[in-house]
Design a protein around this ligand. Structure first.
Ligand SMILES: [Fe+2]
Length: 199
């Protein structure tokens, strides 16, 4: 499924998403260093997520049995970036992970609790990492967070911080299909494949 842009541009929200994708593409293709690119995409998403923005039905689906639902909105044909709508049931959560590349996360509905980790090791031992919690933040709707690429940054865990369904929009600096997943107690990590739950 969707390797091309949203096929039907009918509602204002779909138009806003299409515009957002084109804006991200412009920044990704631009000459700015990665930190500035991430800041620009944070800005673009802050503008997109106005109080009037309602995620279209196609991207607010919840898949029964999934730990949380990843609805692919757009995947760049050259895999330079991807845009994914994540729908969270009450207290659903991710593993501890990073995204290998940059990512930008905006909270559309509900509140997302993020735990950020720091690495205590010197990253010389293959497949091993010693982590400690660095920060814990509850991001209300309207928040937009930019994470620059690893190493040493970007390790986090996210969860729906409440009983209502939450929706967040994630833009990744790759195809959005891989993450590095950490097992903090064992002190190990591995790269895992992530799936999309679009029908
Ligand atoms: Fe993440």
């Amino acid at each position: 499924m969707p390797e091309t842009l949203i096929q039907r541009v009918e509602t204002g929200a779909e138009r806003a998403l299409e515009e957002y994708v084109q804006t991200v593409r412009g920044h990704v293709e631009g000459p700015a260093p990665i930190e500035e690119t991430v800041e620009n995409i944070v800005q673009a998403q802050t503008e997109l997520i106005s109080p009037e923005f309602q995620m279209p039905d196609a991207y607010r689906r919840v898949k029964e049995g999934a730990p949380y639902t990843r609805n692919l909105v757009y995947q760049d044909p050259s895999n330079r970036f991807s845009v994914i709508s994540i729908c969270w049931g009450p207290f659903q959560e991710t593993s501890v992970h990073d995204h290998i590349h940059w990512c930008v996360v905006g909270v559309l509905e509900g509140a997302i609790h993020a735990i950020d980790y720091q690495r205590l090791d010197d990253e010389t031992e293959q497949g091993r990492a010693r982590l400690a919690i660095h920060k814990s933040t509850l991001h209300p709707a309207g928040s937009v967070i930019g994470l620059t690429p690893p190493p040493r940054t970007n390790i986090h865990k996210m969860s729906n911080g409440g009983h209502a369904q939450a929706i967040s929009l994630h833009t990744y600096g790759d195809a959005g299909t891989k993450a590095r997943v950490f097992a903090p107690v064992a002190g190990t990590f591995e790269i895992v494949d992530l799936e999309f739950h679009n029908p």
